[in-house]
Each structure stands twice: as C-alpha cells, then as structure tokens.
Design a binder for this molecule. Structure first.
Ligand SMILES: [Zn+2]
Length: 321
C-alpha cells in the first residue's frame, strides 16, 4: 500500500466524517476530503437521505462546492487529491476526472457501486490523459464495520430491500482476502480459477505444460473477482462464479515471454462453472476436464500439477461457493 503519513491523516479524517454522517445524520457512512497541495479544502459526508439527492455523494459534493478552486488549482499546476472512505462510484469518479483530480485514495472497495476498475483505455483520449492515480488503501476494517452497522439499523427500521442486498454483497467481499499490487514489481501477483463442473475440473494445456485460466493482477485493478471472471471469459469463454482461495504457490514466467524468469505469486480459487462452451484463446493449445480418478494422467513434475493434486486432496471440492 503506497500511502504517506499525510494520506493516512486525511483518510482518518474521512473515517471520522463517515462516522458522524451515520451517527448524527443517519446517512450511509461515507466521508470524503478534498486536498489541494497538501492543504485540506473541505470535508464532506454523504447526504443522500436529507437532501433526497443522489448527486450528493460525499465526493461529488466536494467537487461541486469547490469547482472554481479546482479549476484554478489545475491552471496553476497544483496537486489535487480526493480521499474517500469508499471506492468512488462512476458519478464521483467521472466528476473527479473532468475536474482534474490527480490522485484518488480510498479505503473500502465497493463491489456494488465502485467504478475504479473501469477500463479507461477503451474510452476517449481525454480520459487516458487525465485519469487520476487511484490507490486502494485498506487501512482498517472500521469503515466496513460502520457500513454493516448502518445496513442493520436500516433493516431494523423496516427498510429491507437495499440494505439486505448490500449486506450480502459486502459480507461476500469480507470473506475474500484483500491483496494489493506489489509496489516494486519484483514479482507479479496472479489468480487462477479451478473451475468445477459436475465433479470435474478444467485444466488447460499451454506450450509450457498444464495451466489454469486466469492472469496477473494489473495495476489499478480494484476488483479482483471481476478481474478473474474477465480473464476466464477471455481465455475459455466460460462464465463462472468465484469462490474461496484454497491454495497459493509461486511460478517463474516461462521462456520466451517478455517477463521471462520473473516470479509470479499465484492464488488458486475454487470456482463454479455457470454457463458457456469452452472456446480457447491463442494462449492455450488444448484443455481437459478431469476428476479425482483421472487427473494423474496429466502428471508433470511442477507446482502447477501439485496444486491440481492439492485441489482434489482438499476435503471439499464443491466449488467452495
Ligand atoms: Zn459517488
């Protein structure tokens, strides 16, 4: 996690603001801070409920309230940082890009409304040039716990629809561990899907040996589950449900690859097949569905094979989801 003491100080202020937003104003606990050249401009909390306005997300308010200051700061080449307790949504991220925010630092990932994993390379040139540096800094679980408290208090009041959905989404997320991209790039972090269908697991064949669908986590990727689903779709055309991590291992990148010899730290996920027909990308030359009785046919003296073995040896191979 690449944050400074100053970042930590402003994130702490955002946490305080989020707490106040919930305890005093009974709003969804999101707090945000706008900082220009190291100086705090304003703190804001979410105000959707009292203003009956979805435009009043904490981050968006800061941008609207200080739009002229932001314009002047950009013209003067000052550094604009937006801090938030929650991963910004598409509205707040969009307003940040348009108003030339240089950095966004947030605490809690949001698998429901978070937009920081957006593939901005597919968007217009403006976005490419002005996309902020986005940092996910999970400094504590305090925000997540505060959000749970809020959902429960809403449910108690009889407001069940949205809070129940949110509760289940965030509980799912809490179960999967959070990892950050290594700063120094000495090694890569990758995810591999062990996709189960009717007791069988999908094993791919590559030029270098057996493999599983998945890929390296790219810088800026905030939602790893989404990233894994996307990789699996690209490499096999299958749609899957991502379950728990059951194994971790390390490999070296094969010969001939541009990162040859570099280490990749891999996380193996138990996944469940949902739908689709296997269609391979150019990265693989074959595939096989194997079960606990015939996987040994694929024996290779390497860690990837050991992980396949590990998969079948682990007590429950029901997909873990
Ligand atoms: Zn927002």
């Amino acid at each position: 996690m690449n944050i400074s003491l100053e970042d930590k100080k402003y994130l702490d202020l955002c946490v305080q603001k989020a707490e106040e937003t919930f305890r005093k104003h009974d709003n969804y606990p999101v707090g945000s801070a706008l900082v220009i050249n190291g100086k705090l401009i304003e703190l804001a909390g979410n105000q959707i409920k009292e203003l009956k306005s979805y435009a009043h997300h904490a981050e968006n308010q800061l941008i609207i309230n200080n739009a002229t200051k932001l314009h002047e700061a950009f013209e003067a080449g000052k550094q604009i940082v937006l801090y938030s307790t929650l991963e910004p949504c598409i509205q707040c991220l969009g307003a940040s890009v348009t108003n030339h925010v240089d950095r966004i630092v947030y605490i809690q990932q949001d698998p429901n409304g978070g937009a920081c994993g957006l593939e901005h390379d597919n968007m217009g040139l403006f976005y490419k040039h002005h996309w902020p540096e986005i940092i996910h800094a999970q400094i504590s679980d305090k925000i997540l716990n505060l959000m749970f408290e809020f959902f429960h208090s809403e449910i108690k009041k009889g407001n069940t629809k949205w809070p129940l959905k949110m509760l289940s989404i965030f509980e799912d997320m809490k179960r999967s561990p959070v990892m950050t991209v290594p700063e120094d790039q000495e090694f890569f972090v990758g995810q591999k899907a062990f996709i189960e269908k009717d007791g069988k697991v999908l094993v791919l064949k590559a030029n270098f040996g057996i493999d599983f669908p998945g890929g390296k986590i790219q810088e800026g990727e905030a939602d790893f589950t989404k990233a894994l689903k996307r990789e699996v779709k690209e490499e096999t055309s299958l749609t899957i449900q991502v379950g728990k991590i059951f194994a971790t291992w390390q490999v070296r990148i094969e010969k001939g690859h541009k990162n040859e010899g570099k280490k990749v730290f891999l996380l193996g996920y138990k996944c469940k097949y949902l739908f689709g027909k296997v269609k391979l990308s150019h990265e693989h030359i074959g595939y096989k569905w194997v079960d606990k009785d015939d996987y040994q046919e694929l024996y290779e003296d390497n860690t990837t094979y050991k992980m396949l073995e590990n998969y079948f040896l682990s007590t429950s191979n029901t997909g873990g989801v």
